[in-house]
Design a protein around this ligand. Structure first.
Ligand SMILES: [Zn+2]
Length: 329
């Protein structure tokens, strides 16, 4: 079977899955891919992400020096108000989430390097279909970047910077790490609502895998712990890719076993409105003082407001005994 024919067949089989991006209701981080997520990955190893990857590229600029060192520029990650104006001029007219645009800008990526955001080619639907709309513009959490003119060392630095800015990132090099196709960098911005295929890719990144059908260990670049932590924190801020809320402080539940009860107010005397699993990554929207609770981290009167209600801060790893989020109104 010819490659194009094989590819067309795979894409035909993939189409129904692409048209119905399922929403994962479980915001708990699950680093290992589930069977469903693996099943959601397209069949066929030729070019599972985007068979027709490349949009028209703008004029290339020699920006290699921008990626010559390992020091990441401080990245910008601002709250997105759906009806408000973005804080910075968008890199592209459309296709990028505003936070991803800012983070790419902070990483030193110019617009001309962006070769694909929303792929309108049917072949790209699985990964580069629109994920949603922010500020009235459609976006895709996945973006392809040209590596034109960059040395291997510069690409290593680019990957590191992208990850520290919150992108799950891979250099797709023909014949390496399971990739067959044009050389490029594929990134998924972790702090945005995204389709299930992309959530699976972020989870694959967090456990050092290539995010392709094979999902083998990714070997071309060894990301620093800081870079992986940055992506994990951004993924938590989007409730594992299910929310565009964005703003908030990522944290992790630590009860040493039992689920933590979510309360209607800042006291165990208020109604239980839910529970969150030990080890779950959560986003704290705000905090307030309430009943003092003795927990994993000692005694504290702080309560953390999650999207569903309040949990005792004494059971939440925030990196601080003090207040880390704004006071609840
Ligand atoms: Zn891609």
């Amino acid at each position: 079977m010819s490659k194009p024919l094989l590819l067309a067949l795979c894409l035909a089989l993939l189409a129904p899955a692409c048209a119905d991006p399922a929403v994962d209701e479980d915001p708990v981080d699950e680093p290992a891919l589930t069977a469903d997520e693996l099943a959601a990955l397209p069949a066929g190893a030729d070019d599972p992400e985007h068979a027709l990857a490349h949009l028209v590229e703008g004029p290339a600029v020699d920006d290699g020096a921008a990626f010559d060192d390992e020091l990441p520029a401080p990245f910008v990650d601002v709250e997105v108000v759906d009806d408000g104006a973005p804080r910075f001029a968008a890199l592209l007219a459309s296709g990028l989430h505003p936070r991803a645009s800012d983070a790419l800008r902070a990483a030193g990526v110019a617009a001309w390097r962006i070769t694909q955001t929303i792929g309108d080619a049917p072949a790209s639907a699985g990964y580069h279909a629109a994920d949603g709309t922010v500020n009235g513009r459609a976006y895709c959490a996945a973006t392809d970047l040209s590596v034109r003119g960059l040395t291997a060392a510069q690409i290593h630095n680019l990957l590191e910077r992208l990850a520290r800015g919150g992108f799950a990132a891979w250099y797709r090099k023909d014949g390496v790490d399971g990739w067959r196709g044009a050389d490029h960098v594929h990134v998924v911005y972790a702090n945005a609502r995204m389709k299930s295929q992309l959530r699976a890719q972020v989870r694959a990144f967090l456990v050092g895998r290539n995010g392709l059908v094979s999902n083998t260990l990714y070997r071309w670049h060894d990301f620093s712990d800081a870079a992986v932590r940055a992506v994990k924190a951004k993924f938590a801020a989007s409730a594992s890719g299910t929310s565009n809320g964005g703003a908030g402080v990522p944290a992790r539940i630590n009860t040493a076993g039992a689920p933590l009860t979510v309360r209607a107010g800042a006291s165990a005397a208020t109604a239980a409105v839910g529970a969150v699993a030990d080890g779950a990554y959560v986003v704290i929207r705000c905090q307030r003082r309430g009943q003092t609770v003795n927990g994993t981290y000692g005694a504290s009167s702080l309560w953390d407001k999650l999207d569903g209600g309040y949990v005792a801060d004494a059971y939440v790893a925030t990196g601080s005994d003090g207040q880390v989020a704004p006071t609840c109104p």
